[in-house]
Design a binder for this molecule. Structure first.
Ligand SMILES: Nc1ncnc2c1ncn2[C@@H]1O[C@H](COP(=O)(O)OP(=O)(O)OP(=O)(O)O)[C@@H](O)[C@H]1O
Ligand SMILES: [Mg+2]
Length: 401
């Protein structure tokens, strides 16, 4: 860790001490612009491994880092971070009451330690990436990298250099050596999301990689052996893909050594309520407040919905209702199920742990407008703002009235 001594709202040395108390035991370098002897000795005597005086250049930073690392860092420097991860992805936190889903998780746990390729199939939002991460963190490679790639997002022309990297000078714009994603995942797990989106050319390259477990960088001469566990995920039916020749059969069998199929939420009896409660607890943990339970009517609303967006949709709905519900209980009227077709927006909110203050404001104004049948005087009175301000807000947020 390289840490500035003077932070806007804290003292670096003190912060480092706190992190140490929390279990961080990696090497740490304190950057200081005020190299008073006292500070430097405090830094060295307490928590920091070395200090670096400002101004410095990258060579100096590199030299110090090298020196510090030579001293040896424990194999698990991020103990406290690790505990957080384990809390989240540890097997006992992978929830489900459904026998089919449970079988998936149990198989995943059983094969986690092998290098066998895993293929996870499931509709959007069923928890494919979550399961992939769980496999990684349950495995002996947990301290290695987890590299996730969206196969649909790499253009064919860049595929080779993205996957396998290139040597300096391999082509005109290759001004420096670049490691590809396969190499970056060395010692860890490579998660290939949306695997059905690979073009035929890309499928051939991936197949060769899976067979040889080695890569050659573009412009490189020697193959480099890489040790990665590959997990593929898809929400398309690959068997159908093989039938219509859009997905290679040999690649399919290479990948699906361990096939896992996550059932959609509507087929998972009991999971809606289980996850609804789980996500509510999560909101409370993140915000430090929020409702604790659902009314029976609210649970009925949740159970009645068909959840085509699966766990992701449920997650978003719970977050919203927790934000809207004023008391301890989420009631039926707090549950807003977004009609289908609005999923693009759903995905955006998924990126954030919770909606932003601005989004919360927007949602609140919309609710008040609905409540008042779009009566702006009434709405501005409830909101405690002038009609003018309300009109400006409506325009700003693009709210239809
Ligand atoms: N077993 C689980 N326990 C707790 N939370 C879960 C579990 N499985 C999934 N989730 C949560 O459900 C949401 C969707 O999961 P994830 O992103 O893994 O789905 P996905 O199948 O990869 O979706 P997509 O196909 O849209 O990429 C996430 O918020 C995730 O944290
Ligand atoms: Mg995903």
């Amino acid at each position: 860790m390289v840490l500035d001594q003077k932070l806007p709202d804290a003292d670096g040395v003190e912060l480092l001490q706190t992190l140490r108390d929390d279990g961080f035991n990696g090497a740490a370098v304190i950057i200081t612009g005020y190299p008073t002897v006292r500070k430097a000795t405090t830094a060295l005597g307490s928590a920091a491994t070395d200090y670096l005086q400002k101004p410095f250049d990258t060579d100096r930073l590199r030299a110090v880092a090298r020196q510090v690392l030579k001293g040896g860092v424990s194999r698990r420097p991020w103990k406290f971070l690790w505990e957080t991860i384990e809390k989240r992805y540890g097997f006992r936190n992978v929830l489900s009451r459904d026998p089919d889903a449970r079988r998936c998780y149990i198989t995943a746990a059983r094969v986690a330690d092998s290098v066998a390729s895993v293929l996870i199939e499931g509709e959007t939002g069923t928890g494919k990436e979550y399961l992939a991460r769980a496999v990684h963190y349950m495995s002996g490679r947990c301290e290695g990298p987890f590299v996730a790639v969206n196969c649909g997002a790499i253009p064919d022309s860049l595929l080779e250099s993205e996957m396998f990297g290139h040597e300096k000078g391999a082509f005109t714009s290759a001004t420096a050596l670049k490691k590809g994603i396969c190499e970056m995942a060395h010692g860890g797990t490579l998660f290939l999301d949306e695997i059905s989106e690979l073009t035929p050319a890309a499928q051939v390259k991936l197949l060769r990689f899976l067979q040889e477990r080695a890569i050659t960088r573009l412009g490189g001469l020697k193959p480099i052996e890489v040790d990665v566990r590959v997990i593929g995920a898809t929400n398309r039916d690959l068997v159908q893909g093989m039938r219509d020749n859009s997905f290679r059969e040999d690649l399919y069998y290479r990948l699906s050594v361990v096939p896992l199929r996550l059932p959609p939420l509507r087929e998972r009896q009991g999971d809606v309520v289980l996850f609804a409660r789980h996500f509510l607890r999560e909101v409370r943990r993140e915000m430090g407040r929020g409702p604790t339970e659902y009314s029976p009517e609210a649970l009925a609303v949740l159970k009645a919905h068909d959840w085509s967006g699966n766990l992701r949709e449920l997650h978003n709905v719970v977050q919203r209702s927790a934000l809207i519900a004023p008391g301890n209980v989420v009631k039926a009227q707090h549950i807003e199920i977004v009609p289908r077709g609005a999923t693009a927006q759903e995905d955006e909110t998924e990126m954030q742990p919770l909606v932003s203050l601005e989004e919360a404001g927007r949602m609140y104004i919309r609710r008040v407008l609905t409540h008042t049948n779009n009566n702006k005087s009434e709405a501005s009175r409830i909101l405690g703002i002038s009609r003018q301000t309300l009109r400006a807000k409506i325009a700003e947020h693009g709210l239809a009235v």
